[in-house]
Design a protein around this ligand. Structure first.
Ligand SMILES: *Cc1c(COP(=O)(O)O)cnc(C)c1O
Length: 427
């Protein structure tokens, strides 16, 4: 896979280099220069999830990794199911929360861990990542206890749910967590600054694990094929998929899927009140506001890092603007929609409810709809129980984590403070 930096097109890298570096010069993200279509998609759709995913990833990555290596990595990473549930006539929920940390981030996080384990044999690596809630846990679990790898996780203090937080801050060992006095965008800024700091970068062997890492995006392409494979054949080509979006990595993966041949009609990237992209779609003016705290906190992002990738595919007409929708759902409406979904007999946490709303709002009447359940409702226990007036049962990984103490250290949203801290601790 040949990629280039979307800010400085002359910087070209292989897949391996892109995975190891994370971010390009001038803070540009890497993206494939071209995306070749898959051949014989129908045959692929008949395969089981793991076999098909190995083929898709081998196709995307190309000859940099042998097919049997990719197959083994996929088998290790995707060791939990993807479920498509018809919640009402012609509307399906794609449940992506059956992994170890109960959110879709497990797919990308686990595949990325497999990649870095392949590429970094023996060298010291520090994974530095900012999390808006769920990436932290997925990455922490994927790398927990792996030799020669340290993981540093920054999260916005008090802005993620207790369940989200406890799933990574209680691990200890090679997982180092910092509660930043600021927003997720502040955390992302600290990560970007660290990558511009050559001393920190080389001393710690810095690597990013944000959704900017291309290995996560390619992994996520795979479950869109699984969703369509589980849909009746006649419904596939016109299906409409709604993705609850924050940093826009997940919808970027859906679009990559469509570009390489996934049969799908339309895509919705649905946001919460942090609506930079929905507003951009109206007037083509990029005007991020301050980040607002929402029920769907993993989408509290006002400067989505993956937007340049999505925009590239749209501007190149690899995917038509006509088939791309981006609307936002208010806080009040999020609660109302959660109740509506409860009425049809399903329990959705806030992110999932936003995806559902983006689907019913934009979908053609006769098209099949798929909305993504990006997290298990128990991960948002407090708000789900209060809004829906129910009591949720805690899945075992969560009740275990909730019983343990938080090991995170408080830190100001200040680069020098972070630099000092990680150089002292890990340098
Ligand atoms: C990360 C996350 C999102 C947003 O995904 P992006 O790829 O950042 O757009 C949505 N829902 C949940 C539960 C998440 O953890």
């Amino acid at each position: 896979m040949q990629l280039h930096n979307l800010k400085e097109n002359s910087q070209k890298v292989s897949f391996v280099e892109a995975v190891k570096t994370g971010l390009g010069r001038n803070q540009g993200v890497f993206f494939p220069e071209s995306l070749a279509p898959l051949t014989d998609v129908d045959t692929l759709l008949d395969m089981d999830f793991v076999t098909r995913s190995s083929k898709i990833l081998s196709h995307l990555i190309g000859d940099e990794l042998p097919a049997d290596t990719v197959a083994q990595m996929v088998k290790n990473a995707f060791n939990f199911p993807v479920k498509l549930v018809e919640v009402e006539d012609n509307n399906y929920c794609l449940e992506l929360f059956h992994g170890p940390t109960l959110a879709f981030k497990d797919f990308g996080g686990r595949f990325m861990a497999e990649c870095l384990a392949q590429f970094n044999k023996g060298e010291k690596v520090t994974i530095l990542t900012a999390t808006s809630g769920d990436t932290g846990a997925a990455v922490a679990h994927a790398f927990y206890n792996k030799p020669n790898i340290d993981v540093v996780i920054l999260y916005p203090k008090g802005k993620i749910s207790l369940a989200q937080q406890k799933l990574f801050t209680t691990l200890g060992d090679n997982i180092h967590c910092y509660a930043v006095d600021g927003s997720f965008d502040d955390c992302q800024e600290l990560v970007k600054k660290s990558f511009l700091d050559d001393e920190v970068k080389s001393t710690l062997g810095l690597n990013s694990a944000n959704s900017i890492n291309i290995s996560r995006l390619v992994a996520q392409v795979c479950y869109y094929f699984e969703a369509i494979a589980q849909l009746p054949k006649e419904k596939r080509a016109t299906a409409h998929i709604s993705v609850p979006s924050g940093n826009f990595g997940n919808v970027c993966a859906a679009m990559i899927g469509a570009v390489i041949g996934l049969p799908v009609g339309k895509l919705s990237a649905t946001t919460n009140q942090n609506d930079t992209v929905p507003r951009y779609m109206l007037d083509k003016n990029w005007a991020p506001n301050a980040t607002l705290e929402s029920l769907s906190n993993a989408m509290d992002v006002s400067k989505p890092n993956n937007w340049p990738r999505v925009q590239t595919m749209l501007d190149n007409n690899w995917f038509s603007y006509d088939n791309f929708y981006s609307t936002s759902v208010s806080e009040e409406n999020t609660q109302a929609v959660m109740k509506n979904i409860q009425q049809i007999g399903y329990v959705a946490e806030p992110h999932t409810a936003i995806a559902y709303q983006g689907l019913v709002e934009n979908k053609a009447a006769d098209a099949a709809g798929i909305f993504l359940a990006t997290a298990h409702p128990a991960k948002f226990k407090e708000s789900v129980e209060e809004i829906l007036n129910i009591e949720l049962e805690m899945p075992k990984p969560l009740s275990d984590a909730l019983a343990k103490p938080c090991l995170a250290k408080d830190i100001n949203a200040d680069y020098d403070a972070l630099r000092n801290e990680i150089l002292t601790k890990l340098g």
